[in-house]
Design a protein around this ligand. Structure first.
Ligand code: AMP
Length: 115
């Protein structure tokens, strides 16, 4: 069996994380190296390696992840000032962990274009 990703280990409570939301399909926890005052990671429990390698059968799970952003941003009080959602894909995208995750960044003015 393939080695679990670091995010599967967090979901399975094998390594600690500050989990702020969880349901049967996904969990959301604070990034260990925050790039903004609020930096959350929303991760599907099912291993999808990256957004560029999804299957048609992942459609409902992908929709679920996007729909959870509203719930989590309201729960964390981020709606008024706004936030950014980022998905890094592959080498040029800056992906470090090969397990799909949505970054939710907030709490300061974010610049565009990103670095
Ligand atoms: P990416 O570069 O898009 O693959 O992002 C991976 C993110 O995972 C980075 O922002 C890391 O800081 C974060 N990360 C790595 N290990 C952990 C961990 N154990 N707990 C929380 N966040 C982590």
């Amino acid at each position: 069996m393939a080695e679990k990703t670091i995010f599967q280990k967090i979901a399975d409570r094998e390594i600690p994380a500050d989990i702020i939301y969880e349901d049967d399909q996904c969990l959301c926890f604070r990034d260990i190296a925050p790039q903004a005052p609020v930096h959350l990671l929303l991760v599907p429990k099912k291993l999808i390696t990256r957004i560029g390698e999804t299957e048609t059968s992942d459609q409902s799970l992908l929709g679920h992840l996007l729909s959870r952003i509203r719930f989590i941003s309201e729960q964390e009080g981020l709606s008024a000032d706004g936030f950014r959602v980022v998905i890094n894909n592959g080498k040029h995208g800056g992906e470090a962990v090969p397990h799909l995750h949505l970054h939710l960044l907030a709490g300061r003015q974010l610049v565009w274009p990103p670095g």
